[in-house]
Design a protein around this ligand. Structure first.
Ligand code: URA
Length: 183
């Protein structure tokens, strides 16, 4: 089956699994060598239907440009495909939401087959590896096997965290440069 068809089927399955929710899917860069995985769409992403188009996305764009990675050459998506809205505004997705979407993310990555996957922030790191120590693990390669080819993961900070704590920016940019070398 073609990547395009497999991905369309997966999206259709997710739409049926979460009826009535507005889902924001990845950019369809089917031959991307690099995948970047965020947490969940925010307000702007929900409005436009595209991942990482708000303030955090602008910073991600800068880091990609600095590393010489074109956005069009990267597959960018989130673990949770809808904006977490119940309760606090702009809250993090909860455990149930992450668990509901994590298997779909693995399927998505198996379809795209990027050479390297960059997890942006602790939610994506934990969803793919089960590990939480972002400060310790950022910039280090983790290999996981989930019933298919080994996935090479490079964790880094979430760009929204970098916007809040500007001291993280140097490491964030250098991790994204490392991503370019691995792809
Ligand atoms: N934060 C994320 O984790 N994902 C987006 O798409 C936007 C902001």
């Amino acid at each position: 089956m073609s990547k395009q068809k497999a991905l369309s089927e997966l999206k259709a399955f997710m739409l049926r699994a979460f009826p009535g929710r507005k889902l924001v899917f990845g950019h369809d860069r089917l031959n991307a060598k690099t995948a970047l995985i965020g947490e969940a769409p925010g307000k702007e992403e929900e409005r436009t239907g595209k991942p990482f188009v708000g303030r955090a996305g602008k910073l991600l764009d800068k880091a990609l440009e600095n590393a010489g990675i074109s956005r069009s050459g990267a597959y960018i998506t989130n673990v949770v495909k809808f904006r977490p809205t119940k309760g606090k505004a702009n809250r993090k997705p909860n455990k149930n939401e992450v668990q509901a979407f994590a298997p779909f993310l693995i399927k998505e990555l198996k379809i795209i087959k990027p050479r390297v996957v960059c997890t942006l922030g602790a939610t994506a790191l934990e969803a793919l590896t089960g590990r939480k120590e972002i400060t310790k693990l950022r910039g280090k390669i983790i290999k996981i096997k989930s019933g298919g080819p080994v996935l090479i993961i490079l964790p880094t900070y979430h760009p929204a965290a970098v916007l809040r704590f500007r001291r993280l920016q140097g490491k964030f940019f250098s991790d994204i440069r490392k991503l370019k070398k691995l792809a």
